[in-house]
Ligand binder design. Structure first.
Ligand SMILES: [Zn+2]
Length: 336
C-alpha cells in the first residue's frame, strides 16, 4: 500500500511537519510491556510512523486483559502478547518495521534486547525493571518515557539522561515487595490507562522530533478530570545519574525467576541459550496428559499448574505463587 498521504493529518501540524515525520520514520523505539499502557502507546506509535518498533512482553493474553489491553481480542487468549501485537500493528501500518519479542527483560539480556534503540517506552508493571532500564538509559544516553496507572489515576514522565531528573532522582529507593498497590489489588479504569498510554506516546513523539524534555511528571486523575504537571528536580546525590552506580545492571543472574504483578504466575528464564526442542518436549509430555501446541509455544497442565513454554526455554507457570515450587515443577516437566 502506498504511504503517500498516510501521515498528512500529522505533517500538517506545525509541531511535527515533514521534518518531524522524517525523524519519526528514522527512529527505533522499544516498548517494554504490552499491557494496558503498552498496547495503547505501541498502537499510536506504529500508526504515527515510527520507523522501527520493538515490542517486548513476556506474557500471554488472558481473558481479564481484554478490558483494557486494546490490541487483543478473544481469539488471542493464550498466545504471546508480543506476537499478537506484532501481527495487529503490521496490519495497521505495513510501512514500518515491527518486531514482537516474547521475552522477559532482565539484567542478563536488557543490553542486547535494547541494542540500537533511540527511545524506550515503559509499559511494565515492575519497579525493579524500571530501575534497570534507568541504569541502561544512563549508560547509553537514550531517553525513555516512564508510565504507571492504577485505579483511576496515572502518571507519565519523559526522562532524558543527565538533562532531566532520572527515575532514581524521582524515586531513590526501590519500594519493598508488597508495599505498592498493584492492578490486582486496586483495579484499573480502562479510560485512565488509555490516557496514560497516550500521554507516554505523546512524550515519545515530542522527544523524537527534537522537542526539549519537560522535566515534569504528568499526573492524571481520570475521575476528577485533572491533569497536573509537577516539576521533578535532579537529585545532587542521585546514586544513578550522579554517582553512576549500576546496582541493577550489575546483578547478572544465571537464571531468572520472577513473580508477575497482578497474577499467580511465575516466570522462569533459564540460563540456557538458544532454542529448545519443543517437539521433543511435546512428545514426552503427551504421555502425562493434554498438551497443546500453539505454533511456537506449548501449553500444558500438570500438578495443578498451567505451563506456557516458549521455544527459547522460558516458561510461565500459572496457579502457583512460590518461586521454588515453580523451579521444581520446571525441572520435573521441562528439565534444566
Ligand atoms: Zn538521578
Amino acid at each position: 500500500m502506498s504511504s503517500a498521504g498516510r501521515y498528512v493529518r500529522q505533517t500538517i501540524l506545525p509541531e511535527i511537519g515533514p521534518a518531524g515525520q522524517e525523524r519519526l520514520g528514522h527512529a527505533t523505539v522499544a516498548v517494554i510491556g504490552l499491557g494496558a499502557l503498552g498496547t495503547v502507546s505501541a498502537g499510536l506509535l506504529a500508526r504515527a510512523g515510527v520507523g522501527r518498533l520493538r515490542l517486548i512482553d513476556r506474557d500471554v493474553v488472558e481473558v481479564n486483559n481484554l478490558q483494557r489491553q486494546v490490541l487483543f481480542d478473544e481469539g488471542d487468549v493464550d498466545l504471546p502478547k508480543a506476537d499478537v501485537a506484532e501481527r495487529k500493528l503490521r496490519a495497521a501500518n505495513s510501512s514500518v518495521t515491527i518486531d514482537g519479542i516474547a521475552k522477559d527483560v532482565h539484567a542478563a539480556n536488557i543490553e542486547s534486547l535494547l541494542d540500537g534503540v533511540d527511545l524506550v517506552v515503559d509499559g511494565t508493571d515492575n519497579m525493579e525493571l524500571r530501575f534497570l532500564l534507568n541504569e541502561l538509559a544512563l549508560k547509553r544516553g537514550f531517553p525513555w518515557v516512564y508510565g504507571g496507572a492504577i485505579a483511576t489515576q496515572g502518571m507519565a514522565m519523559g526522562i532524558v539522561p543527565r538533562t532531566t531528573a532520572c527515575f532514581r532522582c524521582f524515586l531513590p529507593q526501590v519500594p519493598a515487595p508488597g508495599s505498592l498497590a498493584t492492578c490486582d489489588t486496586a483495579g484499573i479504569l480502562n479510560t485512565v490507562s488509555s490516557v496514560v498510554g497516550s500521554l507516554q506516546a505523546t512524550e515519545a513523539i515530542r522527544l523524537l522530533v527534537g522537542e526539549p524534555p519537560r522535566g515534569e511528571l504528568l499526573v492524571f486523575d481520570g475521575w476528577a478530570g485533572e491533569l497536573q504537571k509537577i516539576r521533578v528536580a535532579r537529585r545532587k546525590d542521585c546514586p544513578a545519574c550522579v554517582r553512576g552506580e549500576t546496582e541493577f545492571l550489575g546483578a547478572r543472574r544465571a537464571q531468572v525467576i520472577a513473580a508477575m504483578c497482578g497474577s499467580d504466575t511465575i516466570s522462569i528464564d533459564p540460563a540456557h541459550k538458544g532454542d529448545i526442542d519443543l517437539a521433543g518436549v511435546e512428545s514426552r509430555l503427551k504421555r502425562l496428559g493434554a498438551v497443546k501446541s500453539l505454533g511456537n509455544i506449548l501449553v500444558f497442565e500438570a500438578d495443578g499448574a498451567r505451563f506456557t513454554l516458549f521455544s527459547d526455554g522460558r516458561a510461565l507457570i500459572r496457579g502457583i505463587d512460590d518461586p521454588e515450587r515453580a523451579r521444581s515443577l520446571y525441572a520435573k516437566y521441562v528439565g534444566m
